[in-house]
Ligand binder design. Structure first.
Ligand code: SAM
Length: 483
């Protein structure tokens, strides 16, 4: 190894080429430039090159990647280097500084990539990076914005999730952002949680999403705390699970007055119902032998829970219609009885009665609410050729509905009185808006709730029977896509 002096007072050493350590993270380019290597080869052959810059003692290459490549391709044994003693976190900064000294600029893509690495890996501030590249701090902010700042957001949210009392001023310093920005990030995160909740996600799904996104697992109580901060969410409902296993009248004690936006339910009819639809008979439905007093308690509670100026739909059957009509009309003005034409008829008494080819739905209103048919009009106009859509929604809605996806009603039915998701979706669209709460106190296999969720409504359901409760929960999670 020989030493000689340069103009810059730094010592130039001649060392063996294979002693140079190449650390890819200091290579600022996306790839090598063959022309540059060729040019350096010519310069080396002419003996007109500058020494490489390397880290003291380790000979880690800081500047001169193309020159080194040229030397390697020329199979030279020795190379001139200048050693510099640079702290590890400053190595990339030094590489950028030396690169710009040569006057060879990086492409925009290469430059932005280096800027991101300086920010994320070397913890440089936006101001320091700006100075290095002769760009304003705002310009650096814009470059970082898309993915790095979202990483910063994630880090801030994560710190806050781990410790809700975290010092926000400290957090701001740590991530090189302002304190108002920290509060803004946390506020936006809470807003996102609220959005998930309102478009029908289960609490457990929101908790899983938080875990997947921020790698922090939180308890349901913490999720509730976040939601309870929003004054426009009903605190009593927030504290309840969305699907509740229990007896409706018992659960209803915890549901406040005027708290849901739509009731769409299919209660036990009060007849000894045992479906023959499938080959093997279903078990009996709970409460199918109820009396008028119970029905009245049910309706009274639903009326109390429904907000004013909202809609109420209740499936029924011709056999019990007079009883239900009488009781419902004591509490809510009944506007229609909808007839839903069925594609598949019950088997029943094959030789001595007609096959039942329809369902009935009592439609009532608490106060007055107009139909919400704009989206249906659009759907109707864009699907004129769909044979299932036999109603012209551009006209007044008729009380005879014939819009059933027959594929849904095959032997995959999970509940003896399972209803059509399409019918429920139709009614939910007519009578509610996204994020509003759809309530079904007799959830069964969850058809109303699945439909509400598919339409980004919030929902609340009760089911007394664990078997149907489990099936409903599964259907809600898979949004009605049968497994
Ligand atoms: C007619 S089914 C609803 C079927 C539902 N529409 C579907 O598509 O699957 C009525 C449901 O109410 C449930 N149920 C009966 N009595 C109840 C009560 N007191 N509280 C809550 N659920 C009850 C029954 O177990 C049954 O699953």
């Amino acid at each position: 190894m020989t030493n000689k002096n340069t103009n810059s007072q730094q010592q130039v050493k001649l060392i063996k080429v294979d002693r140079i350590q190449v650390e890819p993270k200091l290579f600022l380019r996306a790839s090598y430039n063959e022309d540059a290597i060729q040019r350096y080869k010519e310069l080396y052959e002419a003996g007109k090159t500058k020494p490489l810059i390397v880290q003291t003692k380790t000979f880690q290459l800081i500047d001169g990647f193309h020159r080194l490549k040229a030397v390697q391709e020329l199979e030279l044994e020795d190379i001139e280097v200048i050693e510099e003693n640079i702290p590890d976190v400053e190595l990339r900064t030094e590489a950028v500084r030396l690169n710009s000294e040569h006057g060879v600029s990086l492409s925009k893509v290469e430059r932005d990539e280096v800027i991101k690495k300086l920010y994320v890996e070397d913890n440089k501030t936006q101001r320091e990076i700006g100075e290095l590249f002769h760009l304003s701090q705002r310009h650096i902010g814009r470059i970082l914005e898309k993915d790095i700042l979202s990483k910063t957001n994630n880090c801030v949210v994560k710190e806050w999730l781990l410790n809700p009392n975290v010092n926000q001023t400290e957090l701001a310093k740590q991530y090189d952002i302002t304190q108002p920005r920290v509060s803004q990030i946390i506020k936006e995160f809470k807003q996102e949680i609220k959005e998930h909740y309102q478009i029908g996600c289960l609490k457990e799904e929101i908790i899983k999403w938080i875990d997947d996104t921020y790698n922090v697992s939180i308890e349901t109580e913490r999720l509730d705390e976040i939601l309870l901060e929003f004054e426009d969410l009903n605190p009593d409902l927030v504290k309840l699970p969305k699907l509740i296993l229990g007896d409706y009248l018992q659960v209803a004690k915890n549901i406040p007055d005027d708290s849901v936006d739509l009731i769409l339910t299919d209660p036990p009819y009060g007849i000894d119902y045992q479906s023959n639809f499938k080959n093997e008979k279903f078990e009996k439905i709970q409460s199918d032998e109820i009396n008028e007093e119970t029905i009245e308690q049910w309706i009274r509670e639903m009326t109390r829970i429904l907000k004013p100026n909202k809609h109420f739909y209740c499936f029924t059957s011709w056999k019990v219609y007079p009883i239900w009509f009488k009781i419902i009309s004591k509490y809510l003005p009944i506007k229609n009885c909808l007839i839903i034409k069925k594609k598949h008829w019950g088997l029943g008494d094959l030789e001595y009665s007609f096959a039942s080819a329809y369902d009935m739905i009592i439609f009532a209103q608490k106060g007055k609410k107009p139909f919400n048919i704009t989206s249906l009009k659009e759907a109707s106009e864009s699907s004129k050729n769909d044979p299932r859509h036999t109603i012209d929604y551009t006209q007044r809605l008729p009380d005879l509905i014939d819009w059933i996806n027959s594929a849904e009603f095959n032997l995959k039915m999970k509940h003896p009185t399972q209803k059509s998701i399409e019918i429920c979706e139709l009614l939910i669209q007519i009578s509610s808006n996204p994020k509003e709460i759809v309530f079904d106190p007799f959830a069964g296999s969850g058809t109303t709730l699945v439909s509400a969720r598919k339409l980004e409504r919030n929902w609340l359901g009760i089911e007394i029977d664990k078997k149907w409760f489990d099936i409903a929960l599964e259907r809600i999670k898979t949004q009605g896509v049968e497994q």
